[in-house]
Structures are given as C-alpha cells and as structure tokens.
Design a protein around this ligand. Structure first.
Ligand code: NAD
Length: 462
C-alpha cells in the first residue's frame, strides 16, 4: 500500500491555520481540552480493531502486543490526563520574601503554542499519540506526523483524526523524510521527535533556525548486565521477553547481554527453554511473534549478523520473503564486533563476556549513554553499585522495558539517547510554558516606592 503524502505546498497554510486557532485562545479553555481528550479516547476505543488490524498489516504485530503496546497505555494516559487536568493547570502560587508580602507571585501554566510531533514506526499509534495527548492537555494546537514506514497505521490515523478531533486545531500530516524536512522549515513552538539518533540530530539542526525547543526520544544500545548471583532462569525470561516483544524493534529492548563466562553458559542453557515456552517449537508459525518491518531493516540486520564474529548459539534462521528473523543469540561476541556498533533494533542478542561486573561497567561507560540499562542481580548492593557507576535514560533492576509503562516515571534518554522526557505529568509539562507572573497592587506603592531614584540614604536599607 502506498501512503498519500500531504502536499508540501500546503504546509505553510496548515501551520498558519493552527497558529490562528491558537492565537484566538480556542484550545485554551479546560472544558475544550477535556472534550478533545474525550474525543481522542473515543477515537482509540471505537477503532481499536482497526488499529490492531493496521499494525498487523504493517509488520504482523501480535494482537496482544498491539493492545498493550499501542492502545491500552494510551487510554490509561488519557483518563489520567482528564482527571488531573484541573489540578495541573492551576497557577502555582510561590512563596516570596516579606518585602513582597502584598504582591501575588505565581507560575501560570500556559500552552506552549503550535507544536510538531514526529512519530516512528515501531509503535506507530502509541508513539504518535502519546505525546499528542500531552499537547492537547496542555492546550496547544498540533501537527502529528506519523512514520511513513508503518503505512497502514499512518493512513488510519490520517482518516480518523478529522472524524474525531477539531480540524482547526489538530492535523495529521503525512510525509516521508523529504516532506518532513519541508515541514521542519515551518516555525513551531516545540518539536517532539521520536526516532533514530542520526535523524534526531537533523531535527535539532532544523529547530535551531527558529530557536524551537525540542524533545528528542532517540535510541541506543541498552545493556543487560547479568551478575553471577542473578536468578538466571528469570533473567533469561525477562531479557528474552524484552528482546522478542515487537520482534526486538523496541527502543528500550535489551540490546546485548554482558556477563561473566559462567553466566553466559547458564544463560545459553536457559534461553532455548524460555523460547520454547513463549513461542513453541516452530517459532515461524507462532502468532505471537512479529516480523521485521521492511526489507531495508531485514537486510540491515542480516548484514550485521553475517559479519559478526560471535558464536551463533541459538536461532539464526530467516526468511526474507516473510520478513522473518528467528530470535538469535550469539555468544562470545567480541567487544568491537559488527553487532556492537549500532543499536540492533531486531531479535538478535549478542552476549559479551567480561571477567567482572566492574569490567562490564567500564565497557558500558566507554560507549554512548544508553536509553535504558538493566542490571540483573540478587544483591541490592550490587544493583546500586551498577546504577551508581553508570548512566542511562532509565533503568530496571531485574527486569526490562516495564519502566516505560509507569506514567509517574518520566521517560526519556540522556546524551545520544535523547533529550527531555515525557509520560504522565511530564507530557503536560513538555507542552506547557511556565510563565512566572508577579502582580503588584497600587496600594503597595509606599512599601515598594523606595526602589526609585534618587537613591538617597533614607531609602537604602543595607
Ligand atoms: P523512522 O524511519 O520511522 O523515522 C522516524 C521519523 O523520522 C519518521 O516520522 C520519519 O518520517 C522521520 N524522518 C526520517 N528521516 C528523516 C529525515 N532525514 N529528516 C527528517 N525526518 C526524518 O524510524 P527510525 O528512525 O528507523 O526509528 C528507529 C529508531 O527510533 C531507533 O533508534 C529506536 O531506538 C528509536 N526509538 C526511540 C523511541 C524512544 O521513545 N526513545 C521509541 C521508538 C523508537
């Protein structure tokens, strides 16, 4: 299926229309925001089957994974935003010194303006709409640009938006890389981007021209550090779940395991059992295992795999016509291997062997800061040691991925894995300008009048 792109010549007018709506304060009333949030909820609720169908067509995303990873989190988010909106939008009165006792000082929560949200293909509905919920709640007008790679999902969002949401305030723009570059020539008040680090840098470059603030939700190689005191079977289960979920095409999937030799041996014994328990003995036939999104990504993964010097230990089979790559584990992967350069973003799991946890820490610290980090150990002290001596966007101890699902945990990267964060209240904050405001009543003139020249001794208190 081909996706019909928005005509680039129409972009200035679309942005101008949204700016006009914003400048008339139409999206600002809380009642309006709540009504649009309700509409957004209905868009998802009433079209859940169509969404499941679209993501299945895009890369055979299993229905349960689509429910968890595309719609359920979103719906929960919208309910939370709806319920908390009155509280979040209230001006925040701040304390002042005695000199300003009669002034009113507060932080007003203003919508930031007209914003651009650029989504990616691996969770094509969630990652386009989750930031969008924040933009609506904050009172912004917004363009949402879904990834053209997940064609069916992008098309569906384009069809549903005008049916449910205020067309004067919210638009879907369909564009590939070229069209997105054109879109970025327009002036926005915030750009929220999810995708690769390489493109993230281009987004920031484009934003600089208008000094537009950006949130960059990027990727990276998220390590699972497995200590020799870890419950190996549980570690294998949780790491493998993180790696096969969405066929490894998750920004916070455990990218590689780093552990001692004895731990690698134990993991290689456990992982086949876990895979069989999860996906049966014929993984290709499992309805619970997604596919690689397209041939470009399939070829990229195959190239990485074929040039690896690691020992192919589990899986390895693939079928280009079916976009299928089996969950694949490579042991004794050299530290400078082809699999250890870029984020893998697929169901291939290299294991790097080290002599100690401190060597693993050093290895992680010598690379770009990952989006997530996963220590597996039975010792709280060791987990703390690992966390205290590494950096990452987020972390789970003895688990993978789940921190993404907690709305009270801000989600985002650090360094090359991203900038800014969102989820829950943080999404609202991302699209909100905190306008520091001071009100001075006329009657305090006698008290504050000493600020005016001439600065005679009688006015100086110090
Ligand atoms: P993609 O190809 O869907 O690109 C992402 C977006 O960037 C799309 O909307 C696309 O149209 C746009 N784009 C592509 N090239 C562009 C260009 N030259 N100029 C302007 N816009 C352009 O997705 P991808 O980049 O393959 O995404 C995979 C990456 O995203 C992985 O690194 C993954 O870790 C990361 N990711 C991060 C998160 C997160 O929340 N941090 C979530 C999902 C994916």
């Amino acid at each position: 299926m081909t996706l019909e792109y928005t005509n680039a010549e129409d972009l200035p007018e679309i942005v101008a229309d949204l700016r006009k709506t914003f400048s008339k304060n139409l999206t600002k009333p809380i009642a309006y925001r709540k009504q649009q949030l309700k509409q957004l909820y209905s868009l998802i609720e009433e079209n859940e089957e169509l969404i499941f169908d679209a993501v299945a067509k895009d890369f055979r995303k299993p229905r349960t994974e689509a429910w968890i990873g595309e719609t359920a989190l979103l719906k929960a988010d919208i309910i939370e935003f709806f319920n908390k909106l009155d509280e979040w939008t209230k001006p925040q009165i701040v304390e002042t010194s005695i000199a300003y006792k009669f002034n009113k000082c507060y932080i007003a929560k203003e919508p930031i303006g007209t914003v651009l949200i650029i989504g990616t293909w691996n969770y094509p509905v969630l990652l386009a709409l989750a930031p969008f919920v924040g933009a609506v709640a904050a009172g912004c007008t917004a363009i949402c640009k879904p990834s053209e790679v997940a064609t069916h999902s992008a098309k569906l969002l384009g069809e549903l938006f005008p049916k449910y949401l205020d067309h004067n305030a919210y638009r879907i723009v369909q564009a590939g890389p070229e069209g997105t570059v054109k879109l970025l020539e327009q002036k926005f008040d915030h750009i929220f981007y999810t995708g690769s680090t390489v493109v993230g840098k281009k987004i920031m470059e484009a934003a600089v021209k208008n000094l537009t603030p950006v949130t960059l939700e990027l990727g990276g190689k998220s390590p699972a550090i497995v200590a020799n005191d870890a419950n190996i079977l549980l570690a294998a289960k949780r790491i493998i779940w993180g790696k096969i979920y969405n066929c490894g095409q998750t920004c916070i999937a455990p990218d590689y395991i780093i552990c001692e030799k004895s731990v690698q041996t134990a993991l290689l014994e456990s992982i086949p059992k876990v895979l069989e328990e999860f996906l049966g003995d014929d993984i290709k036939q499992s309805k619970d295992y997604a596919r690689i999104v397209n041939h470009r990504h399939f070829d990229r993964l195959q190239k990485m795999l074929l040039s690896s010097k690691g020992k192919l230990s589990i899986g390895g089979d693939s079928d280009r016509n079916d976009f299928y790559i089996a969950p694949t584990v490579l042991a004794d992967v050299p530290k400078d291997d082809s699999l250890m350069q870029e984020e893998i973003f697929g169901p291939i799991l290299p294991i790097v062997v080290v002599d100690s946890i401190d060597e693993a820490i050093e290895f992680v610290n010598n690379r770009e800061i990952p989006l997530a980090l996963y220590p597996f150990t039975s010792s709280k002290k060791l987990a703390k040691h690992i966390l205290d001596n590494t950096q990452s966007g987020g972390a789970c101890v003895n688990d993978c991925i789940l921190h993404f699902a907690i709305p009270t945990l801000p989600f985002g990267g650090k360094g090359n894995s991203g900038m800014g964060n969102y989820h829950g209240k943080k999404s609202f904050d991302t699209f909100t300008h905190e306008r520091s405001t001071l009100e001075t009543p006329y009657y305090v003139e006698r008290l504050l009048g000493s600020r005016y020249p001439p600065y005679t001794n009688s006015k100086v208190w110090f």
